[in-house]
Ligand binder design. Sequence first.
Ligand code: NAD
Ligand code: WQD
Length: 337
Amino acid sequence: MILVTGGAGYIGSHTCLELLASGYEVVVLDNLSNSCVESLQRVKKIVNGKVSFIKGDIRDKVSLRRIFSQYSITAVIHFAGFKAVGESVEQPLRYYDNNVGGTLCLLGVMAEYGCKQLVFSSSATVYGDPSSVPIRENFPVSATNPYGRTKLMVENILRDLAASDSQWSIALLRYFNPVGAHESGLIGEDPNGIPNNLMPYITQVAVGKHDSLCVFGGDYPTFDGTGVRDYIHIVDLAKGHLKALAALELETGVLTINLGTGRGYSVLEVIAAFEKVSGCKIPYRFVERRQGDVAQCYADPSYAKLVLGWQAEYGIERMCQDAWRWQICNPEGYKSA
Ligand code: NAD
Ligand code: WQD
């Protein structure tokens, strides 16, 4: 049985789907602070499977112990946490408490029950402003905001833990920019309020929720002046977690792995790809650069291919197509149900 913390969220729900489709048994622990159980209802519908769901908080050791006592958990995929960069600057203590404190709490209970296999959601944000691209796993790390610092802190905690006890197998997965949705259009990204991220903002412009997109900076040292990122289809990303789980079975220690496609797209290229597949015009205007943004960020994904046998399959048009299908089928996200 795999415990998926934060499994009702965007990446968690898609990963639960892939786990079930591959025959894993899954129990989700989620406090629903940024999600709803409808996502998991739909996962069950898509795969015609069963997910055990427990509403609870990773910072609550009593709930965690109850789960580990009740189920025979062999590994944990740990998604639970807060992820909004701007919010982390305004509310750092909430971020450290949930992302770092919550992880410590989870690790303590895992150790108590002798469950020592963990997949952790890290982020390309740990590379800060990279001195060159594509980014390899051995590039220097740094953080430019509290959210990024929580990811770096947890990575370090996990390395110390594995160094102290050779039974631990840990995968630190550094995600680049997850976008898109499952092809069914039943599950996808359901941001609260106005989206911070590019793809959900574009799809909301396309359904008429916003008049136009603000392009944050047109003067970056990139080929068209706009920021370049490594967008990765959420289903590819989810599949990477299954490959990581399989790798943890084979070897102890810490694996640090980029999950990206290796191809960067500029903001204008993403807009063009979306317009092509949706047939919708996305009005946009250039505004100031967003504080903390870097010019280019894309992965060298060769290590993931080497050690996990994983590589992304879907390209940018498919990402846009699936993001668009999810948006038109669910204009209000899961609240549309
Ligand atoms: P999400 O907000 O959709 O999912 C996180 C889930 O965790 C939500 O369902 C939320 O309710 C739950 N949660 C939060 N705090 C909890 C707690 N204390 N106890 C139990 N449940 C809790 O976010 P996501 O995009 O699916 O991200 C999942 C993970 O991946 C996060 O750790 C995030 O930092 C990391 N990540 C995300 C991205 C991205 O762009 N989406 C990129 C890199 C890394
Ligand atoms: C992509 C590009 C923007 C919105 C963030 C987090 C990162 C990780 C993934 C969690 C950039 C531009 C965006 C808009 C725009 N999350 N943009 N107008 O910033 O690469 O990464 O999500 O770990 O930590 O920082 O993603 O989608 O916000 O931006 O022009 O309205 O789109 O400037 O070039 P980002 P994003």
